[in-house]
Every structure is written in C-alpha cells, then in structure tokens.
Design a protein around this ligand. Structure first.
Ligand code: ASP
Length: 592
C-alpha cells in the first residue's frame, strides 16, 4: 500500500536547503575526441544557472538583488515552484577532481561522508551526483558510514550527459532535489528513472536503459509519477534520538569471489591469502557450492580459522541464501556467514564497515554481519526484526512535539538514568529533553535514581539543577523514595538540597511508630536523616519510644533514648514510654 505524503515542510515561506555534492559521472561528462566521455570540470554550475527548470533566476534576483544576475556571485540556486511544495534552495559543491565512478575507491566514500557530516546541520537534505557504474557501492557504503541518519541523502546520476538533448540527467537531478528537500527519508537512497530506491538494496541492472537501477529484493521507497508517492511502510525509520555518527574507518581488505563450475582450487586459494580479511562468496542459487570439492571447502575453512569473515551471497539477483541443500550446508558447517538477501554491493561494503569497527571483537563483527543494520537485509528470523510499519509509528511519534516532550524524552531519560548512561542523558538534554520532566505517574529521573540508590546519578542530577520536590501520583517525593529504600547517602544529599517528604506530621508519627513496632532501627535512622523529629507522635499521642518499649524491642528503645527521645512524654491516655515498658513486662525497663 502506498499513500501520497505531504511535503516535509508545508509552509511555503520555509525554503528547504539542499547541498549537492558533485563527484563526477556521465551526468556531467563531455566527449573528448581522443579519450571518449570524460568529466568536464567547472561546467555544471554554469549550465544549471542558465537552465530555467533547475534555477529560477528571476526569483533569485528578486530575493538577493542584482548580484544574482551573474553566475558565481555566491547566491544559491533555487528551483522553480513545483506542485505547491516549498521551493528548494541548493548549493553545488563540485569536487576538485571529478571522477568516472569506475575510478572511485573507499577514499571517495570517506570524503563524501565527511562532507555530509561537516554540513549536516546547515542543510535539510543532500544530493550526491555520481557515476552510475559504482553508484550502488557508494550508496551502500554511505548507508553504513552514516549511522543515525535523520535526513535524506539521495544519490543520482545519468545514463546520458546533461549536455545531451535526450539526457535523463535533468530529470534525475530535479527529482533528487525534490526528494532530498521536500521529503524526509532518513536513508541513503538512489533516485533514478522516476523511482526512489534504498541505496544498500540497489544494483545497476542495465548498462544502457534509462531504468538502470532496481532493488530486486526490496520494494520502492517512493514512486515519482504525476504525484509523488512515498511508501512509508518500506522506509527504514530510525527509532532513536541519537545524533548522526559518521564512521570513516573502512577496511579495504575485502574481496568478492564469484563461483563457477570447475573453479580451480588455486584460484580460490590465491584469493583467500592475506591481506584478505573479508570475502563475499557469490554462490549458486540459494547459496550452494559443490559439496564434492572438499579441497575448496578446506581452503575456505583455513581462511575462516585465520579470522577472515566469509559471507555467502547468491549469484541470483533475486532471493536469499539458505542451507536447505547439502551443498549449502557445506558452507554453513565450516563457519561461512549467511548473507541472507544482501546484494554483493551491500555485503562487500558492509564487510568494509564492520571490519573497520575496531571497537568490535571478531565475534561481534560476525554477529553484526547477520544483523539488519540499515535495512540492507531481511533477517531469516524476521520475528526478531522491528517491522517497518512499527518503526514508522515510532518515528511519527518521535516527530510529534507533544508526545516527544511528554512521553518519549522522559521515558528515555528515565531509562538512561537506570543504566547510568550520562552521555545519553546529555544528548537527550541537548535535544530539548527536560531533566525534571515526569512520567504519567509523576515519577522523575530523580525519583528513579533515589529509589535505586544510585548515588552518583543523584549527585549528577542535583548538579544539573533538577527539581528536588516533584510529587508522584502515590504522593512520593524523591526523598521519600530514598527513605523507603533506606538509602542513607542519598537521603543526606537530598536533604542538604532542601528536599522534603511532603508528609503531614501525624503521618510521620505513624511511620515512626510502625518502624519502632518492627524494631526497624535503620528506618528510624532514615527518617531522622530526612529531617523527621523522632519525638513526633501519631494521632493517639504515642511516639516511637512508646512502641519500642511496648514491644520490648531493646535495640530500638536504646537507639531512641540515645537520640534523646523523652521517656516521660504522655500519650492521649496519659501513659509514658516507661509505663509501656513496665506494663509489657520486658527487659527494656532496665533502659529507663
Ligand atoms: N562510467 C560512468 C561512471 O560510472 C557511467 C555513468 O556515470 O553512467 O562514472
């Protein structure tokens, strides 16, 4: 099911800003009579400036004055109005060395990722102009490198140069700008041939047609017909508030080995030699290799034992690997990891990313290869996977300011308090989280830290200026929580900051009497540390000392007498603690 989605920003006064990073590719190539098609530097910006469908010069002049009449004045490009959506303003960043994408390596992926990171807060979305040949690799790699992405990153290019009359460039570019500027799709995508694909599911299917890309194992993220339809249910919505984290360490010791009938043992052995650290095995059908070629399996096993991660992906463009056949089991039994339905582009770039994570152990790296990190695979046990529709619901809730402030942020803060995750709490505060916010039951972070006896967290929260006297729906304050659980250090801390119990005196008297009746000296100490007067009587005029004496509790009686509780204070019947001790006929009388 798909549905038409309103533009991300419905206020026409708000103009989304997009950064276009131009890396090279056919889209901006010109024909050199000796070399063939080569990237043409310093030409694309001029062309766009004079192309009315890509730049509304009149609007720019009206907005920025005469200087916008000339190319190179530093004013942004601006799209003409389109279907009632806000106009998009965009800047073009042309790389000093434009590349045919066949010449690209990890180095360029890292540069693109860093450039996105550097300008992430300045723009609403990003468009990467790129050659089509390795576009699926770049999009896949970027998807892993850009963790916690919350903005659209759209990669596009063309089969024919923008300077050619029949080119698909203008349209791919224009639609990518619209997808990046007017829609929130927090993924790295490929926009091509009026379709929007998940980057790490896509593959170049056609070296010649304008419909060059597809995601054989995954549906479209948006269809760009007369109306633009964003397919929300297919989008990999984030579920957290974490800030963008860019990973720029990629391991280049990765290879892809395509099996074919009769492949020589020497070829396999040669590929598996150091410095190889990760291998994508492209196998037959649902992940099969010959089970009668033990020598091949032995070579693979030697590499796995050396610590190489070997991933099994199918040579078929559609479908997944499984070990239903003996020939498939042969691989899993020696420790080859199932690549599920990943494309070779996704599997190889994921390996580079995972192997580059020096903070992960080898075991963790193996686990991560099986995990669905950015929507790149369908886990074999899909029940463990949060359905996209669930992610979408959560994402929408996150985007609703009321739910965000009243439910999500307080819950996340409380959760982080329980796990003493100060870095996360700081992050949430930076995102507008109120550290004194209460849950629906009125419980605050300080209630939780106090009841859990988390001294350092209580200190941290107090230093942050948290409200000390919040009352929850059970009439508990953070101080009463600390008393309830006898957390003496925390009681002292809270009391020193002016925290109170919010309990009327007679009720305090009852609490004292109950503690004394149970010989609970620790609770009496807690109440005292919380500023409670140990002489406080209950509604019948009895004090804790009356109850301790009556019940013959030696320790408790001694404690209260040492604390200076009067032995002769009379209750409503005119009886003193000493009378109670005598009447109970207990040994406590010796203390009076
Ligand atoms: N060889 C070109 C490239 O990948 C092809 C293209 O852009 O379509 O850069």
């Amino acid at each position: 099911m798909s549905n038409y989605i309103e533009p991300a920003k419905s206020d026409p006064e708000v103009k989304p800003r997009v950064l276009v990073i131009y890396t090279g590719g056919t889209i901006g190539m010109m024909l050199d009579k000796d070399k063939g098609w080569v990237p043409a530097p310093n030409a694309l910006g001029r062309y766009i400036f004079c192309c009315p469908t890509l730049h509304d010069k009149d609007y720019a002049v009206a907005e920025w004055g005469k200087k916008a009449k000339d190319y190179g004045s530093g004013t942004p490009f601006v799209l003409p109005p389109h279907q009632g959506m806000p106009r998009i303003m965009y800047d073009l960043k042309e790389y000093p060395e434009l590349l045919d994408s066949s010449n690209m390596t990890c180095k360029e992926w890292i540069k693109i990722a860093k450039d996105i990171e550097d300008s992430y807060d300045l723009y609403d979305g990003f468009v990467i102009l790129h050659g089509t040949d390795t576009m699926a690799y770049t999009a896949s790699a970027l998807s892993f490198m850009l963790q916690h992405l919350k903005k659209s990153v759209v990669v596009t290019g063309a089969q024919l140069s923008i300077y050619e009359p029949r080119s698909d460039a203008k349209n791919n570019f224009l639609e990518s700008l619209i997808m990046a500027g007017n829609f929130v799709i927090p993924e790295v995508t490929i926009c091509f041939g009026r379709k929007l694909f998940r980057g790490n599911r896509s593959t170049k299917m056609d070296s010649d047609g304008f419909d060059a890309f597809d995601t054989p194992n995954y549906p479209l993220l948006a269809s760009l017909g007369v109306k633009i339809q964003r397919h929300d249910e297919n989008i990999f919505w984030p579920t957290g508030m974490e800030k963008l984290q860019v990973h720029t360490v990629l391991n280049e010791n990765v290879a892809i080995l395509h099996f074919y009938p009769g492949i020589k043992e020497e070829m396999v052995r040669a590929t598996l030699q150091p410095p190889l650290e990760g291998l994508v095995l492209l196998t037959y059908g649902s992940g099969n290799v010959p089970s009668n070629r033990q020598e091949l399996l032995d070579e693979i096993k030697i590499a796995i034992d050396r610590g190489v991660l070997v991933i099994n992906c199918t040579q078929c463009s559609r479908g997944t690997v499984s070990d239903i056949y003996e020939t498939g089991k042969a691989l899993s039994s020696i420790g080859v990891i199932a690549g599920e339905d990943m494309t070779p582009e996704a599997a190889s770039t994921k390996l580079s990313y995972v192997l580059g994570r020096d903070d992960w152990s080898l075991e963790k790296k193996k686990e991560m290869m099986l995990e669905n990190l950015r929507g790149e695979l369908t886990p074999s046990d899909s029940s463990l996977f949060l359905a996209s529709s669930t992610r979408m619901t959560i994402w929408k809730a996150l985007m609703n300011p009321t739910t965000l402030n009243n439910v999500v942020l307080p819950a996340m803060i409380s959760h982080s308090v329980s796990f003493s995750d100060i870095r996360r709490i700081e992050e949430l505060i930076n995102h507008g989280g109120d550290i004194s916010a209460a849950s629906r039951e009125g419980r605050t972070a300080l209630h939780i830290a106090a009841s859990e006896g988390n001294n350092s967290m209580v200190k941290y929260l107090l230093d942050k200026g948290v409200k000390v006297d919040a009352i929850d729906s059970h009439n508990q304050t953070p101080l009463s929580e600390a008393v309830r659980f006898n957390k003496h250090e925390i009681i002292k801390l809270l009391y020193s900051k002016g925290a109170t119990l919010n309990t009327e005196d007679k009720r305090l008297g009852e609490k004292l009497c109950r503690a004394a009746a149970q010989n609970d000296v620790r609770k009496l100490q807690s109440l005292k540390l919380a500023g409670v007067n140990l002489r406080q009587a209950d509604a019948s005029g009895r004090t804790a000392l009356h109850m301790a004496a009556l019940n013959g509790h030696h320790d408790c009686t001694k404690f209260l007498i040492d604390e200076g509780c009067p032995k002769d204070q009379m209750d409503n019947l005119g009886l003193t603690p000493k009378d109670y001790a005598q009447r109970s006929n207990s040994a406590t009388i010796s203390l009076f």
